[in-house]
Design a protein around this ligand. Structure first.
Ligand code: TRP
Length: 329
């Protein structure tokens, strides 16, 4: 079975955009591939977070992913910093990676611009750490968004270069796995393009029913349909997208017809969307709360995940050490 590895940014508080995007794709993938997911807390050190935030954010994220349906029996989930084997591979990969190519990575240039006082070596070598994350498991596929394309190129370059230097087909070149092609894009509630944290237009999986209803009822609309069968403006189409995501096809058709014969009342449409979203979010929220209060279980899941990942990485590193010419005990 093909192996899939993906990192998760350690910023908790998932919203519906994350849920219907990456998270649901992860849940679907765990049935078809040998998946491993990890919380990328080493990567987060490039911005110097506070120690007290690190452990808690790992638990927060674990609770959220478990609540969404990641099954650690099928897809081990671990905390990056628990598996120190990664660092050894990171070192080897850094030896074969050139300053010039790292400096050309757009995400590096962007971050260097954003934090000019903290352009550290970790920021520069972010792509080789990311390569080590995946290559240590000799994974075949990495679910990523478009923004990670260059990092994925670097990862394949690391694999290829290692194989070339030692004249051995050891690392597979991991392929991008674009879940976005099939994933549902959740719009914002403010009429703007997409649901996103920085846009401030999110429904979070931790929102209570009242908050969800309030957010939906406040969604931007217009004066209503003016002519039969007219095209919907973006703000209204966005509401229909929510309907498509959260409601049954019958319900969608019902409101679609109302739009087309100009009898649609946005209040009714929003109420429908709100109730359907509540029905999706409430059970997840309850599970998040349940998991969050069970730190023993969360720590057990993380430990078992780490044990699994460590073993997988150690097998690779043993081979790598032999290939390079180091001793293996
Ligand atoms: N760079 C990824 C992001 O910003 C996170 C990440 C780190 C990752 N290591 C990874 C993703 C390995 C996939 C595979 O979202």
């Amino acid at each position: 079975m093909e192996k899939v590895v993906s990192g998760i940014r350690p910023t908790g508080n998932l919203h519906l955009g994350n849920y219907f995007g990456a998270v649901k794709s992860f849940v679907a993938m765990q049935a078809q591939y040998q998946c491993m997911f990890f919380i990328a807390d080493w990567h987060s050190l490039t911005t110097h977070p506070k120690p007290e935030n690190i452990q808690n954010s790992a638990r927060t994220i674990l609770a959220e992913y478990l609540a969404c349906g990641i099954d650690p029996q099928k897809a081990p989930i671990y905390v990056q910093s628990d598996v120190k084997e990664t660092l050894e591979l990171y070192l080897y990969l850094n030896m074969n990676t050139y300053l010039g190519e790292l400096e050309r990575v757009t995400t590096f240039k962007e971050k260097a611009r954003k934090q000019p006082d903290n352009v550290n070596a970790g920021l520069l070598t972010y792509p080789t750490l990311m390569a080590a994350d995946v290559l240590q498991h000799r994974a075949h596929k990495v679910p990523v968004g478009k923004d990670q394309e260059q990092n994925m190129e670097m990862m394949r370059k690391c694999a290829r270069r290692f194989n070339n230097i030692y004249g051995i087909e050891f690392f597979p070149e991991p392929q991008n796995f674009y879940f976005n092609a099939t994933a549902l894009k959740v719009p914002g509630l403010d009429g703007s393009g997409k649901m996103g944290k920085s846009e401030g237009n999110c429904i979070y999986l931790r929102d209570d029913d009242k908050t969800i209803r309030k957010k939906v009822m406040k969604a931007v609309t217009d004066n209503g349909p003016q002519e039969p069968n007219s095209q919907r403006p973006e703000v209204i189409e966005n509401l229909f997208t929510f309907l498509k995501i959260a409601s049954t096809p019958d319900t969608y058709q019902y409101f679609d017809e109302k739009w087309n014969d100009c009898t649609l009342r946005y209040g009714d449409l929003k109420k429908q969307i709100a109730e359907d979203l509540v029905n999706i979010v409430a059970p997840i929220r309850e599970k998040i709360e349940e998991y969050s209060s069970n730190t023993t279980l969360l720590d057990k899941v993380a430990k078992e995940g780490a044990d699994h990942a460590r073993q997988s990485a150690a097998e690779t590193l043993n081979e790598v050490r032999k290939i390079i010419g180091f001793r293996v005990y």
